[in-house]
Design a protein around this ligand. Structure first.
Ligand code: GLN
Length: 304
């Protein structure tokens, strides 16, 4: 399949559309990002690569990192994750507080902020040096050692992270946070600040398209069954209160971040990452979603 030609065609078709989205300016450091950048990269399980635009430019992966931390917890830790977080779509914005009170401090799923904070708490308790261990995990599955945190972005979010502090304090009051709040927040703000390109992200997610095995190294990250379950969680919870729409329009499991990135996986075939910084009102990349919708329609490669 000549994916590059298809990328060009879709980009050209989307170009004239006015993008009503806004960059994520609630994190001050992200407000400076040039909103007109656009990149896409697809990597097949067989190792073929297809790129277009700013595919090698790094950006803030934000909530896409929740998949890495979840997988690390799911593959390594002894404690039962499902006693600490649910696995149902929340149907609420990523930083919503409303359900947590009713649900006695148990987040609906690991991909909303509350759930990702619980996962960071689990990693804080079980890994020797969580921040280093998380980075080395991502470096291993991509084969790229220069992937790192952006401490400026982490600090910027720390200074304005009122809702995230509210979420973690509420969960702590219910006994669902075991470690010191500041140490868990430090991990959370750092994972959100990781910078990667579309090329690196599509490579990093490839094990989820390959029954849990990293194609370039042969390392088994998750069992085939846990891989299926992780993809199912991305499908139902990866886009917050737009998970239904993403499933309806794109039809692949995936995860978004407020840096404007989206990664989607086609089991047995490929992982694709797209980046366009302007977000729709649900906090997902406006053009990224449109692009992927056109892509799976043109290539007939939705899982449905
Ligand atoms: N760092 C962001 C936050 O906690 C991540 C949100 C996102 O990417 N959806 O608000």
């Amino acid at each position: 399949m000549q994916y590059e030609t298809i990328f060009q065609e879709i980009y050209r078709d989307l170009q004239p559309l006015e993008d009503p989205g806004q960059v994520a300016d609630y994190i001050p450091e992200l407000a400076h990002v040039d909103p007109y950048q656009f990149g896409v990269h697809l990597t097949t399980v067989g190792g073929d690569k297809f790129a277009f635009g700013d595919a090698e430019k790094r950006f803030s992966i934000q909530s896409i990192a929740k998949v890495f931390t979840f997988v690390l917890a799911y593959s390594h830790v002894k404690s039962n994750i499902w006693e600490r977080t649910g696995l149902e779509p929340a149907g609420t914005p990523f930083n919503s507080l409303v359900q947590l009170e009713y649900d006695k401090g148990i987040p609906r799923n690991p991909f909303i902020n509350a759930g990702a904070l619980v996962v960071c708490d689990i990693l804080a308790g079980e890994l020797a040096s969580p921040k280093e261990n998380i980075l080395s995990f991502i470096r291993r599955i991509t084969g790229v050692d220069s992937i790192s945190y952006n401490s400026g972005v982490a600090l910027s979010e720390k200074k304005t992270g009122y809702r995230n502090y509210a979420l973690i304090n509420l969960m702590k009051s219910f006994g669902n946070i075991r470690n010191d709040i500041d140490s868990v927040m430090d991990i959370y703000f750092h994972i959100c600040s990781i910078e990667m390109s579309c090329k690196e992200l599509s490579k990093a997610f490839l094990f989820l398209a390959n029954n849990g095995i990293v194609p370039h190294s042969g390392e088994q990250i998750l069992s085939a069954s846990r891989t299926k379950r992780t993809n199912a969680l991305m499908q139902t919870c990866g886009f917050y209160d737009e998970a239904g729409e993403f499933t309806f329009k794109v039809g692949l499991p995936g995860k978004s971040g407020v840096g404007g990135g989206i990664v989607a996986v086609h089991p047995e075939k490929y992982a694709i990452a797209v980046w366009s910084p302007r977000l729709n009102r649900k906090g997902n990349s406006y053009k990224g979603m449109l692009f992927l919708e056109e892509f799976t329609s043109k290539t007939r490669s939705s899982i449905f």
